[in-house]
Design a protein around this ligand. Structure first.
Ligand SMILES: [Zn+2]
Length: 59
């Protein structure tokens, strides 16, 4: 039986923009003005970096 999270990841990978490095990903978020709401993570599928939405935090 397949784990549903695996397919979810594959879809996320296919949909998302890829970055060569963590710096590139965070730069893109910075340029878009959303760096406070994004976090970069290394994708296990493509080996590159994607941006993920950070959980909303009230401070
Ligand atoms: Zn990926």
């Amino acid at each position: 039986m397949k784990r549903p999270t695996h397919e979810g990841r594959q879809q996320a990978c296919a949909r998302k923009r890829r970055y060569c490095s963590q710096g590139d990903a965070l730069d893109a978020a910075l340029i878009a003005g959303v760096e406070r709401h994004r976090t970069a993570y290394r994708c296990v599928l493509c080996g590159q970096w994607h941006l993920a939405t950070k959980p909303a935090r009230r401070t």
